[in-house]
Design a protein around this ligand. Structure first.
Ligand SMILES: Nc1nc2c(ncn2[C@@H]2O[C@H](COP(=O)(O)OP(=O)(O)O)[C@@H](O)[C@H]2O)c(=O)[nH]1
Ligand SMILES: [Mg+2]
Length: 373
């Protein structure tokens, strides 16, 4: 018999909840008239797996830990053309499954995600910290970085076409899996549809740890988006630095303090940009990211020679200015000298030139594999 819908349920000590939820899922899908299977991926020490099996679910014992890992294991064995995901903890109403399936069945979407924030949140269902801070903030960052266009990135009530799911390289083992799935769906260009749903107080204890899991979502988004992590902050630092240097370089000698700050920001900003470009080129080489204009520019054979040339020019400029300071000092009979402002420029130029030279070698070495292929 072909299975149309696979419902995957991750469970960690949910014995009181699965008793209620699994029968509701069965009833809903039977009424909908589709063939289905219920897969419980379990990491419990209580009677959850036993109860689930008695209720007709296929129970897989999870070897590792984690919410993401549970789904990854569940996906491997799911046979349905459509996959439904939900926490079987009483917080999501299985009777809303048809609402999530409908856009898939009508082929209006590849991936459907519930939204609690545009739906209903019953009193006591979501802590204040998640409702007004964690969830909206992390969802905003996700939309800004990855243009996913969702209003509730952490909603665990989802439905997706199996064929679309297979295109997503999902790896996260923890709760941040929820973000990863949305990020990869957006990157893969899946048609994403949101459906307002109702969120109710869960039965049993939450397995989520607000700060640790919140940070894991943020960490993932930063690591997956080198341009937001490196390029934009790097550019900001460097531009601020250059502006400060220009503002302070040929006026009041007391502005050397401003120049020191300017020099620091310029050098550090330049370094952060170098890291960002290297990171992006690496990600493209490893197939984790698609090349954009910037990476294409840096992934050329001659980037080493060009980098060495520009690095050399910066170095010579710094050296020339340095020699001028030295000559001035010699003319003063190696006596008292106040050339700190020029010295700061020398320092900045030399530091940047050396960074640029080694950056060029580094980026080129990332592409060695390509050259020899
Ligand atoms: N198999 C498995 N399930 C887990 C694990 N961690 C959490 N879960 C389940 O994943 C679902 C989501 O966790 P929950 O505590 O409800 O987090 P919240 O909905 O974000 O508050 C629940 O059904 C949990 O029982 C795990 O390590 N393994
Ligand atoms: Mg839950």
């Amino acid at each position: 018999m072909t299975v149309e819908v696979s419902v995957i349920l991750p469970t960690m000590n949910e014995e009181d909840a699965v008793k209620i939820i699994i029968p509701q899922i069965k009833e809903t899908l039977e009424r909908l008239g589709v063939s289905y299977e219920i897969i419980v991926v379990d990491k419990s020490t209580d009677a959850t797996p036993k109860i689930a099996a008695e209720l007709g679910a296929r129970v897989i014992r999870q070897k590792r830990r984690g919410y993401g890992d549970a789904y990854i294991e569940g996906f491997k064995v799911a046979r349905g053309k459509y996959i439904v995901m939900l926490d079987p903890d009483g917080s999501y109403d299985p009777r809303e499954i048809p609402k999530l399936l409908e856009p898939l069945l009508k082929d209006e979407a590849d991936f459907v995600i519930g939204t609690r924030l545009k739906g209903m949140i019953e009193p006591g269902a979501m802590p204040w910290l998640h409702r007004y801070i964690g969830n909206p903030l992390l969802t905003k960052v996700l939309n800004l970085f990855f243009k996913a266009g969702v209003s509730d990135a952490h909603c665990g009530f989802r439905a997706i076409k199996k064929e679309a799911l297979q295109r997503l390289p999902l790896k996260c083992r923890g709760m941040e899996f929820a973000s990863e799935m949305v990020i990869e769906a957006a990157k893969a260009g899946l048609k994403i549809r949101e459906v307002p749903i109702t969120y109710r107080p869960r039965i049993g204890e939450s397995k989520l740890s607000s700060f640790r899991d919140g940070w894991r979502h943020l960490r993932l988004m930063l690591l997956y988006s080198p341009s937001h992590l490196f390029l934009l902050p790097g550019l900001f630092l460097m531009i601020t630095g250059i502006v400060l240097l220009a503002y302070a370089s040929n006026t009041d000698p007391l502005r050397v303090h401003t120049m020191i700050l300017g020099s620091l920001l310029t050098i550090v900003g330049f370094q952060v940009i170098n890291f960002g470009i290297s990171g992006k080129v690496y990600a493209v080489r490893e197939g984790l990211d698609k090349p954009d204009k910037i990476t294409k520019f840096f992934m050329r054979y001659s980037i080493l020679e060009e980098g060495l040339m520009f690095g050399g020019i910066l170095f010579i400029a710094g050296l020339t200015l340095g020699i001028r300071i030295f000559l001035k000092w010699r003319a003063l009979g190696y006596g008292e000298l106040f050339e700190i402002r020029s010295a700061i420029i020398v320092l900045t130029l030399i530091a940047m030139s050396i960074q640029l030279i080694f950056f060029s070698f580094f980026v080129s070495s990332l592409m060695l594999k390509e050259e020899f292929e």
